[in-house]
Design a protein around this ligand. Structure first.
Ligand code: ARG
Length: 586
């Protein structure tokens, strides 16, 4: 197999129409060919309608001129229709050749439009000593899928896990743990499906907070501990490192189970920026961007005003001299452009942080850290709700443990898979249930427009019908089984075979893969890829119902097997970009 970009038919047609425009009307050279898929033909161009006025002629007349100038191209038939549409039909042979080149390409014909673009993507970012909540599940899944798509399109992706690993709360926690040596909180000691080092630390943190509020002496000792931590006291720092490491082990369990790309090297938490904060702040003050206000140092927005009509401030240095979340993010933008050489910056967090990032980006542009050619985007997502429509919480109102949620999805997936195929041996069933359950959670998250609030309904997501991960995994296994029955032989396509309508619909769908991925890259919306794969699986079903494969005569049989193979590979690859495994059978 080779690595050759195979331009989609849509692109080839658009190119041909552009050529016709240039030749027919040189004064309109470069005008958009306005080509899209059509129900009446393979493609349709609305260029004549769009350009008639500029060409000082009637749309139908211009359309006829364009047809006359199309000349010898991939287009078989160009017809004038309605008020001036061009209906364009690609010859069967050209479509079969397209199938063949995609099949012989390791990248399925997809190019590298993002080649070399250094893209820093900030996602996951859980907080040390706290349970990851469902919001962290969303950022982890969405961020990971975007990282995969952008990387496949050629971008140089740098993942940054902005861990919440710094702040005054650690003084309290370290002090409390020091005063309670009997507490068991190390990952290896407590790990289990119902508990983990972070859930223990989370509980310890709450106990420390209670004592802090009730006991002034403990509060004083905790404050002294914060000072010790910030001034680099060795014993305090050692304890802090231990807490971070134990929490990270628990996060890693989740990452491993979710099968995401984040590695320990991607952990660049808030503490990392500590040594850069003074320099960052000095630069902002010297440039006159950060100013004193009531004893604090702030940046007033030039774009956003609050409900009182006053400009909204970003907190650079608190009145007590401390730095917080805002300052760290300012230092992080500066570092990501200045040191990591980011050409595109993405932040995947929930939509409640929209204002925060807007202010950070504005300040970074004023400071010159972000330039006009570097887009910075907040990839926002909505709140997770339970089937009752309320924010997703345990019955007691606590955080739902992510491991428990994944266990639940896997258990339910196991039941539906076992029902479908009672003959699976138990070890195989366990393996399939895991990829089906975890895949279901991911797919359900990725298949909705991310900014909308998201309804987490485990029963619905493991269903074999509808737009679910399980449906797509199953569609893939059915095609694999057809290929196995045919002996898995590599087949070559005979381009002289006449195309059936269902074959045509399927091939034109397959041809849209690269265009769909580019759309995901532009909009940062993985749901476009989900919708594409779902439509593809359905087009395949229609094809399989109307076009017998294994019983067909040659050379029709081999062409249909080629379509099966290309569909299976596209489904498997697309699911892979969503971070979902496509098993051979289920
Ligand atoms: N730790 C933060 C939270 O849990 C997310 C960090 C997002 N990234 C950033 N650069 N602020 O909400």
């Amino acid at each position: 197999m080779t690595n050759h970009e195979v331009p989609p038919l849509l692109g080839q047609i658009a190119h041909a129409v552009s050529g016709a425009i240039d030749r027919a009307r040189p004064e309109l050279a470069g005008a958009a060919p306005v080509v899209r898929r059509s129900e009446h033909a393979d493609f349709q161009s609305n260029a004549a309608l769009a350009l008639a006025k500029r060409a000082r002629t009637a749309p139908r007349g211009l359309a006829a001129e364009l047809i006359a100038h199309l000349g010898d191209s991939a287009i078989g038939a160009a017809e004038l229709s309605g008020p001036g549409f061009l209906n364009l039909t690609v010859p069967d042979e050209a479509i079969w050749r397209q199938v063949s080149s995609r099949l012989n390409d390791a990248r399925l014909g997809v190019g590298v439009p993002n080649a070399g673009q250094r893209t820093v993507i900030d996602y996951s970012g859980p907080n040390i000593a706290k349970e990851m909540h469902v919001g962290h599940l969303r950022t982890t899944i969405i961020g990971d899928s975007l990282a995969r798509v952008l990387e496949f399109l050629g971008a140089e992706v740098v993942r940054q896990n902005h861990l919440g690993d710094w702040g005054t709360q650690f003084g309290m926690l370290i002090q409390y743990l020091g005063e309670h040596p009997e507490l068991t909180w190390h990952h290896g000691e407590v790990t289990g499906r119902s508990t983990s080092a972070v859930s223990v630390l989370d509980a310890v943190y709450k106990a420390a907070r209670r004592q802090f509020d009730a006991d002034p002496d403990f509060a004083d000792r905790s404050r002294a501990r914060v000072v010790a931590l910030q001034s680099g006291d060795a014993a305090t720092l050692a304890m802090w490192r231990e807490i971070v490491a134990e929490s990270e082990k628990a996060f890693r369990d989740i990452y491993d189970r979710l099968d995401v790309l984040i590695t320990p090297e991607d952990s660049v938490g808030e503490s990392f920026y500590n040594h850069l904060l003074d320099g960052t702040v000095t630069e902002l003050v010297d440039a006159g961007i950060a100013v004193e206000s009531e004893g604090a140092l702030v940046i007033f927005s030039e774009e956003v005003t609050g409900p009182d009509g006053e400009p909204v401030p970003l907190m650079v240095r608190k009145r007590d001299g401390g730095y917080g979340y805002d300052t760290t993010d300012l230092a992080a933008v500066r570092y990501r452009t200045g040191e990591l050489n980011a050409e595109r910056l993405l932040y995947v967090t929930d939509s409640r942080q929209a204002l925060h990032f807007r202010l950070i980006f504005e300040a970074a542009r004023r400071a010159g850290w972000l330039t006009d050619d570097v887009p910075a985007e907040h990839v926002a997502f909505g709140t997770v709700r339970g089937p009752d429509g309320r924010p997703f919480k345990t019955r007691e109102g606590g955080t739902v443990r992510l491991m428990a949620l994944l266990d639940d999805a896997v258990t339910r997936a196991r039941a539906v898979v076992a029902e479908k195929d009672p003959d699976l041996d138990p070890a195989e069933l366990t393996r399939i249930a895991e990829v089906a359950g975890v895949g279901a959670v991911k797919y359900a998250d990725l298949s909705t427009s991310r900014v909308k609030d998201y309804l987490l309904d485990v029963d619905r997501m493991v269903s074999f019908t509808g737009n679910t991960g399980v449906y797509l995994q199953y569609a893939h296994t059915r095609i694999r089984s057809i290929l196995r029955k045919a002996g898995n032989a590599e087949v070559s396509v005979d381009p002289r075979v006449r195309l059936e309508p269902a074959e045509r619909a399927l091939t034109l769908g397959l041809d849209d893969y690269g265009t769909t991925l580019a759309e995901v890259s532009d909009t940062l919306e993985p749901h476009h890829l989900c919708a594409y794969l779902y439509a593809l699986a359905r087009d395949f079903t229609t094809f399989y119902e109307t076009c017998p494969v294994l019983t067909a005569d040659e050379p029709v049989r081999r062409n249909r097997l080629a379509l099966c193979r290309l569909t299976a590979r596209t489904l498997e690859h697309g699911l892979g970009l969503l971070g979902i495994t496509a098993p051979e059978r289920m």
